[in-house]
Design a protein around this ligand. Structure first.
Ligand SMILES: Cc1cc2nc3c(=O)[nH]c(=O)nc-3n(C[C@H](O)[C@H](O)[C@H](O)COP(=O)(O)OP(=O)(O)OC[C@H]3O[C@@H](n4cnc5c(N)ncnc54)[C@H](O)[C@@H]3O)c2cc1C
Ligand code: HEM
Length: 402
């Protein structure tokens, strides 16, 4: 693999390739109608899920036939992407009955999609390709009701994204230069970058990243630091097995590499006036957004008690433990418990994070923050609910698609 630095022309802050017009006459469905639509969408998609590989190939074929210029928006080797757009699209469309959760996310996603140079007509083309692919694979199950459900849901969702993108006047992406790269464990690196102009974000959120070693393969990473005046931010990256981007970052990043960062997304945040004690649960590099929250909180005068469980399979996976223990010295409101599945750590618990946390109770008096891989988040939330924790108190990013 080459590690050459790709030079990007930085867009002026108000530039867009063209406005993203919003089609008229798309009405937001009522709550009852949304529930019906979501049911029809889930049921109909379940019938073709086993054929998702062929469906996806047909979808991309149709998309690039309808809109040949859309091909340039995607990575050169589509096979490496494992149907990212189609999977994401279906996942989001199925959530049409959860408008409150979707509203903020779709606004963020629409603004974020400006980094791909997506135009209004691409949204139409994606809609046409999606419907054509579903119709072909659903065959007799493609009824007028099912068609109406998909067309309405896609219309509502794409309208929200287009509206948000159309209103945004900030940069579509920020240039960030790597100023430090440290491999801190077998497969984790800490990378510090400096953006050329301030990238507004909230501690606890995440941004989309493109690195020069993997052009057009954007991935989400959570800054592990709160926003700093000097424009620096730190990312903690775990090289996943067979991972295209994460392995390139951990093993091939060079000082001076120029990254592109998308606008910030995410909903994890701590309310400054919140006085409830907090429970934070971070698995592996999932601890990054929690570190950013702690970095932010360490600047406040008063903080609620925070108990952070930091988990990994083995002791060497707890790459941020020294930093966290250092923080407990300067932040007396912070308690840190390391958790490992194999091998012991002094003062730590053994087992999965979910077990370690719930064996100490339901933490009913705390607001709970969970961050990590989708499977770790699912397992931890399931155990917390079974232990009696109130779902309304559990905060996590529900859109953690890989
Ligand atoms: C909101 C959000 C925030 C994130 N923040 C961080 C972060 O701060 N640090 C970080 O290291 N990663 C983070 N990720 C994960 C990151 O975006 C990538 O998914 C991950 O780096 C894998 O990308 P890849 O190109 O290397 O793997 P791909 O080439 O896309 O996938 C290769 C293989 O790895 C599997 N895989 C994909 N993602 C994961 C994963 N997360 N864990 C285990 N296996 C996986 C795939 O199923 C596939 O089999 C975050 C993801 C989301 C959605
Ligand atoms: C309702 C409409 C849409 C939804 C809900 C949606 C959602 C998503 C999500 C969640 C991702 C994964 C996150 C990411 O990589 O940033 C993604 C990726 C992507 N989307 Fe969209 N998207 C929509 C429309 C479009 C349109 C119209 C285009 C333009 C053709 C587009 C182009 C892309 C591209 C290029 C990627 C990266 C995929 C890859 O790397 O293979 N999306 N989309």
């Amino acid at each position: 693999m080459t590690a050459e630095t790709v030079k990007y022309e930085h867009p002026p802050s108000s530039s867009r390739s063209s406005p993203i017009p919003v089609p008229p006459l798309i009405e937001t469905p009522t709550a009852d109608k949304s529930v019906q639509l979501a049911k029809l969408i889930r049921e109909s998609f379940a019938a073709v899920e086993t054929k998702s590989e062929e469906l996806s190939q047909y979808f991309y074929g149709a998309l690039f036939a309808v809109s040949p210029d859309a091909r340039a928006l995607f990575p050169i080797n589509m096979a490496t992407q494992r149907n990212r757009l189609l999977r994401a699209l279906v996942y989001v469309v199925q959530m049409v009955d959860r408008p409150d959760e979707l509203a903020t996310f779709l606004g963020q996603l629409g603004r974020d999609h400006r980094k791909f140079d997506v135009l209004g007509r691409h949204y139409d083309a994606v809609g046409v390709a999606l419907i054509a692919a579903l119709k072909r694979f659903l065959k007799d199950d493609w009824t007028p009701e099912v068609e109406d459900a998909w067309v309405t849901a896609y219309g509502v969702i794409s309208k929200s994204m287009r509206e948000a993108a159309g209103k945004e006047v900030g940069p579509a992406w920020w240039k960030a230069t790597v100023i430090e790269h440290r491999v801190v464990s077998r497969d984790v690196a800490i990378v510090k970058v400096r953006t050329d102009q301030p990238l507004p974000y909230r501690a606890g959120g995440y941004v989309s990243v493109e690195v020069p070693q993997r052009p057009r393969m954007w991935r989400y990473f959570s800054p592990a630091t709160a926003p700093h005046d000097d424009g620096t931010m730190e990312f903690h990256v775990h090289a996943v097995r067979g991972g295209w981007v994460s392995r390139a970052i951990v093993h091939h990043t060079r000082f001076g590499d120029v990254w592109r960062l998308g606008p910030s997304l995410g909903a994890l945040s701590v309310n400054h006036t919140e006085s409830r004690p907090l429970l934070m649960i971070g698995g592996g590099t999932g601890v990054a957004p929690l570190l950013a929250l702690l970095d932010d909180m360490s600047r406040w005068k008063n903080n609620p008690p925070v108990h952070l469980f930091f988990g990994g399979r083995r002791p060497e996976d707890l790459y941020a433990l020294d930093e966290l223990r250092g923080l407990t010295v300067t932040c007396p409101w912070l308690t840190v418990t390391p958790v490992t599945e194999e091998g012991a750590v002094t003062g730590g618990d053994r087992g999965t994070l979910a077990t370690a946390v719930t064996q100490r109770g339901a933490w009913k008096e705390r607001d709970v923050y969970v961050a990590g891989s989708p499977s770790m988040i699912r397992a931890t939330i399931a155990k917390l609910l079974a232990a009696g924790t109130d779902l309304g108190r559990i905060k996590y990013d529900p859109f953690t698609l890989d």
